[in-house]
Design a protein around this ligand. Structure first.
Ligand code: NAI
Ligand code: MG
Length: 487
């Protein structure tokens, strides 16, 4: 490369791009409209709302607030597009989806920086996990688009129609990919709504989709809060609702579509047990505990938020855990050395702080790492509670923050009983040297995903989803594809 050549911008490969914390080449508009029928259009109400950077409390941009008429417009565009999109050959659909995946890789740096600015997660996570995994979902499902007959032999797979997709703020781009990629591969069209605190990467994705040449109306992305979400759910011409978010809203959605022909998948809260046996490789287990609860500030539905340690090793594990917590860097999410970034919103920080108070009032013993946190922005120190019991609210309820509730156990029967005695059933972790123990537990734990000697590992090929109040239906893998097909 000659010296005179201009500095490479964000569409260069990672290695050639400037350091992630350099935000000079990131293009964020002051105001975003709704992406309907392949173009950005003004909202009917002409109203906009602000999205903030939770690490600085500064306003980043304004986004359109879609009302029922905008939702109707988006659904109509998706319906018209469905007629031709569903008739394209799978191979043709696959080409479009591959193109989205490749463009996402090319613009990876821009996506990562915007994700971190808008939502507060450490840049290392958006760069190394969220964005590459989102692209991988598009690659993975693109590969199935022309193989539906092989994937579901003799079952005459047909797309459902228009899918309404509502996603949360903890993995904004990744959740958009989880939802859009299988829907398109199966031949459906989409109306997607990102969460109100993190709309910017979905809107970047809308720009990417426009640039990719995907036929108009196949993907529509509209912004707004709960009211907009409800308008999608209640629209009569939607065939399927896919929702990820709180259990409360999930229950509301289930009620409001009861009696309609709409199909539904719900991906709701969790309160996972992470179980450490005395024969586990303890140093690795401590890394798994840290990753399980402090990854993405604990804003993870499958977070390992309940820790069970076998009594004989409890003292040593807790000592190692406290030592490791001291090394966590809490602060500027844009710094590539940061481990724990900003809490996503003021509301979420208030909720977490309330639970920390509740934990103390319930008589549990709190420990926080001695780090300092920035004066501005929404931050929470990594926190753990010792001496908790099954009846404590901090053990039963989803906190969705960097707060770990610790219990000890003696026997395998006791820990299975405690792990399952909870309204949720999304995920669990098991740490032991014995394969037989792992098999025993995977059959007895009522959790959709069980990790053995690892935690928070995600892959497009493996299905993800829960039992009980964690929802129903699976995303990822062939199961995730089946959820968008009439079989
Ligand atoms: P939420 O469930 O209200 O928000 C998730 C999405 O649903 C957002 O896009 C929101 O605009 C939309 N929404 C809200 N009300 C709706 C309605 N009536 N109909 C259709 N869509 C609607 O979650 P929120 O309030 O942001 O967070 C509250 C708590 O929920 C968190 O503290 C956490 O415990 C839990 N949560 C769990 C998530 C998970 O992945 N399991 C994700 C987000 C939140
Ligand atoms: Mg924001």
């Amino acid at each position: 490369m000659s010296k005179k050549e201009p500095k490479l911008k964000f569409n260069a490969a990672w290695e050639l791009a400037p350091a992630p914390e350099d935000t000079k080449h990131i293009s964020i508009k002051k105001q975003y409209d709704l992406f309907i029928n392949g173009e950005f259009v003004k909202p009917n109400s002409k109203k906009y709302f602000a999205t903030y950077n939770p690490a600085t409390e500064e306003k980043i941009a304004e986004v359109a607030d879609a009302d029922e008429r905008d939702v109707d417009k988006a659904v109509k565009a998706a319906r018209v597009a469905f007629n031709s999109w569903s008739k394209l050959s799978g191979a043709e659909r696959g080409k479009y989806i591959y193109r989205i995946a490749r463009l996402m890789q090319e613009r990876a740096r821009e996506f990562a920086v915007i994700e971190t600015m808008d939502g507060g997660k450490p840049i290392r996570e958006s760069r190394d996990i969220d964005v590459p995994l989102a692209a991988n979902h598009f690659f993975y499902y693109a590969g199935w688009a022309d193989k539906l007959e092989y994937a579901f032999p003799n079952r005459n797979p047909k797309p459902l129609g228009v899918a309404g997709q509502i996603i949360p703020w903890n993995f904004p781009l990744l959740m958009a990919a989880w939802k859009i990629a299988p829907a398109l591969a199966a031949g459906n069209t989409v109306v997607l709504k990102p969460a109100e605190t993190t709309p910017l990467t979905a809107l970047k994705l809308a720009e990417l989709i426009r640039d990719s040449g995907l036929p108009k109306g196949v993907v529509n992305i509209i912004t707004g809060a709960g009211k907009t979400g409800a308008a999608i759910v209640n629209h009569p011409d939607i065939n399927k609702i896919a929702f990820t978010g709180s259990t409360d809203v999930g229950k509301l959605i289930q009620k409001s579509i009861a009696g309609s022909n709409k199909k539904l998948t719900l991906e709701l809260g969790g309160k996972a047990a992470n179980i450490i046996f005395e024969d586990a490789p303890l140093d690795q287990a401590v890394e798994g505990i840290i990753n399980g609860i402090f990854f993405n500030q604990g804003h993870v539905c499958c977070a390992g938020s309940r820790l069970f340690i076998q009594e004989s090793v409890a003292d040593v594990v807790i000592r190692k855990l406290k030592d490791r917590m001291e090394t966590l860097r809490v602060g500027d999410p844009m710094d590539k050395n940061t481990d724990v970034g900003a809490i996503n919103s003021k509301e979420q920080l208030m909720k977490i702080s309330e639970y920390i108070k509740i934990g103390k009032n319930e008589g549990a013993e709190m420990y926080q790492s001695s780090c300092s946190i920035p004066k501005k922005g929404y931050f929470c120190k990594p926190t753990l509670f010792l001496n908790t019991s099954q009846s404590h609210r901090i053990v039963q309820e989803e906190i969705f923050g960097p707060v770990l509730a610790i219990q000890t156990f003696r026997t395998i029967e006791e820990v299975i009983e405690k792990a399952n005695n909870i309204p949720y059933g999304l995920s669990a972790g098991v740490w032991t040297d014995k394969g037989s123990k792992i098999f025993n537990l995977t059959t007895k734990l009522r959790a959709g995903v069980v990790w053995a000697n690892t935690y928070n590992k995600f892959d497009p090929t493996s299905p993800f989803g829960g039992y009980k109040e964690s929802g129903f239906g699976r995303e990822g893998g062939l199961h995730g594809l089946a959820a968008y097909l009439e079989l």
